[in-house]
Design a protein around this ligand. Structure first.
Ligand code: FES
Length: 92
């Protein structure tokens, strides 16, 4: 049995308090716990970048970060901003 851990994360300026499995990925926390589906899952290999969010001003792949790590770094995520950027054409 895995003990859940309580985390407090600020997403788009709103503070959320949740109990999560220690191994829960940030992308799953955002999508499933907070229902912020603007963060997408596009691969299983950390290659596509569809899950990219801003974490303390740095872009990170949310599929490579644990939800508990987001709390540790006092996260401020800007999902919608990056979601809008990801819809731009990559090249002409
Ligand atoms: S889902 Fe593809 S890099 Fe994260």
């Amino acid at each position: 049995m895995t003990m859940k851990r309580e985390i407090t994360v600020t997403v788009n300026g709103q503070q959320h308090q949740s109990e999560v499995e220690p191994r829960m990925l940030l992308v799953h926390y955002l999508r499933e716990t907070l229902d912020l589906t603007g963060t997408h899952i596009g691969c299983d290999t950390s290659q596509c970048g569809a899950c990219t969010v801003l974490l303390d001003g740095q872009s990170v792949k949310a599929c490579t970060v644990l939800a508990v790590q987001a709390e540790i770094s006092a996260a401020a995520l800007a999902i919608r901003t990056l979601y809008a950027r990801s819809s731009l054409p990559l090249s002409r």
